[in-house]
Write a protein that binds this ligand. Sequence first.
Ligand code: AMP
Ligand code: ZN
Length: 115
Amino acid sequence: MADCIFCKIANKEIPSSVVYEDEQVIAFKDLEPQAPVHVLVIPKRHIESVAALTADDKALAGHILCEVIPQIAKEQNLDKKGFRVVANTGDEGGQTVKHLHFHVLGGRSMQWPPG
Ligand code: AMP
Ligand code: ZN
């Protein structure tokens, strides 16, 4: 999608620090990390948010949640101590980039409730 910063990252039109990539998914370090480990996992195809997912996206969503995120957590040494997965969704959800992304945060204790 034109003018989408994460589509541009997926297409390598703008640089990022990639930690994982396959045909459908790319994961890269957040530019403004909120924890010692802060990775963003995105589908390469433009999907606006969790709210825009449909039954047609089941395989992709399952791939991200069941395979990609656990693998990244393991590689970043987060799987034993724990970590947080966040998908800010829509304006009140605090989503600033309107391309579906999962934050993977770890390396410190997380607080609850979030702000
Ligand atoms: P959200 O507020 O949930 O939409 O998250 C968007 C995230 O994208 C923020 O944590 C930003 O720091 C991050 N971000 C924005 N632009 C870039 C970029 N070019 N490379 C890496 N992370 C970015
Ligand atoms: Zn996009």
